[in-house]
Design a protein around this ligand. Structure first.
Ligand code: FE2
Length: 416
């Protein structure tokens, strides 16, 4: 009965123009939220708060790129190409005149990742890697005016990370700026309307003979941050006050808990819904929360997972598994109860069970999702693969099965 919940999520504003026409003065009106009382014991903990946003002072066109600081960018690029199907796009390093670091830019669908490594131990990036291991440093957001994005956010209390600057080459100009986020993570604002190059000025085309096929990944659906004890609301307030986001979903520790561990989570969305950042914090349980394990091994707050969307999850996950990506698995009993829980779905159950794909439903449809194991030896960053079939939620009906799967892994690591 746990999952017979009725959930209505904030209806995103209908934007009839393309985001390009949004300006700092565009007024967005949001539809009034409706929450349907839940029918189960664990669901009354779900709350959806009324958005306070009236004016989208920070219009975002989407995620521009995600930059990872890694110990060996050449090998990381090979991994993301081989295992995930990313494609060569651009490169900057000694061969392009950059003396202190090397960056490989890979792309698949609308997803761009940058893998950067320092070339000497005294580089600040080396300090980042020493402390955190491989991890996400930059969540870059695509804006129409990077100078204004900096002004709007810093005037509301954001701590500057990078002053606005204009980068130029023969393909035009890119304007960028940046602000600090949780831990050592940052947001960069990228304005590229006057740029026709591959990525950013300073990068040259990356083209190697090794070109594995794609796996059908399309775009970044959401990106989740783990923050410290009792820090979630500070970052919710940051996204609301500084970035103009709104809280579209809240899960408290009664909802996200197993017999042993718990966490709390709030989902923050920007005005047009193109960018969503759930924020997790640990909660008290009998044993160690998976968020605590992350904080311990990342040695601080940071990005927990990136959810990448596909429109054919069975095909994508089959491909990823064949390429060596390791996923969490759930007990077969999960699939025995699935139809009763989520009703009819278009997909055959057999491949879902074989691959370990999870399903959840909300008022607007359903979604299919699966989670990788951490992609480095520290139990930190992992990926989610998600296919949305109407649902706008995040798979709350799978939390219990998923977190029990994570706990089995924690137990194996001796970290539960
Ligand atoms: Fe997720």
């Amino acid at each position: 009965m746990l999952n017979q919940r009725l959930l209505t999520i904030t209806t995103l504003p209908t934007i009839t123009t393309t985001p390009t026409f949004l300006t700092a003065t565009t007024t967005l009106t949001f539809t009034t939220l409706t929450t349907t009382p839940t029918t189960t014991t664990n669901m009354e903990t779900l709350t959806i708060e009324t958005p306070k946003l009236k004016n989208d002072f920070l219009p975002l066109n989407g995620t521009d790129y995600v930059e990872f600081y890694v110990g060996n960018a050449k090998q990381a690029a090979h991994y993301y190409k081989t295992a995930f199907g990313f494609q060569d796009l651009a490169y900057a390093g000694p061969e392009t005149g950059v003396r202190d670091k090397a960056s490989y830019v890979l792309q698949q669908g609308k997803i761009r990742i940058v893998l950067t490594t320092p070339l000497h131990s005294n580089h600040p990036i080396a300090e980042h890697i020493k402390k955190h291991g491989d991890g996400v440093k930059v969540l870059a957001l695509w804006v129409n005016d990077a100078y204004d994005a900096f002004e709007q956010t810093t005037s509301r209390g954001a701590e500057p990370y990078q002053q606005p600057q204009t980068l130029t080459d023969e393909f035009g100009e890119v304007r960028t700026s940046g602000i600090k986020l949780y831990g050592e993570t940052v947001h960069l604002f990228i304005e590229r309307k006057n740029y026709k190059g591959l990525f950013l000025p300073g990068y040259k085309e990356l083209k190697t003979a090794y070109q594995p096929t794609t796996t059908g990944l399309l775009y970044v659906d959401h990106c989740v941050g783990n923050v410290g004890w009792h820090k979630m609301n500070d970052w919710v307030n940051f996204y609301e006050d500084v970035m103009g986001f709104r809280n579209i979903l809240t899960f408290d520790d009664k909802m996200i808990s197993t017999e042993y561990s718990a966490l709390m989570s709030k989902v923050m969305s920007n005005g047009n819904g193109y960018v969503k950042f759930p924020i997790n914090e640990p909660a008290e349980g009998k044993k160690k929360s998976q968020i605590e394990e992350y904080l311990e091994f990342y040695e601080g707050e940071g990005v927990q997972h990136l959810a990448l969307a596909t429109d054919d999850i069975v095909k994508t996950v089959t491909d990823l598994q064949n390429r060596g990506v390791e996923f969490l698995s759930v007990p077969t009993s999960y699939y025995k109860e699935l139809t009763a829980r989520v009703g009819h779905i278009d997909e055959d159950l057999e491949p879902l069970e074989k691959l370990g794909i999870l399903v959840d439903r909300d008022d607007e449809g359903y979604l299919l999702q699966i989670f990788t194991k951490p992609v480095e030896d520290r139990p930190t960053l992992f990926f989610e693969i998600i296919q949305r079939k109407g649902a706008k939620s995040f798979g709350a009906g799978n939390f219990k099965a998923l977190f029990e799967a994570i706990e089995r892994e924690q137990e194996l690591r001796g970290n539960l």
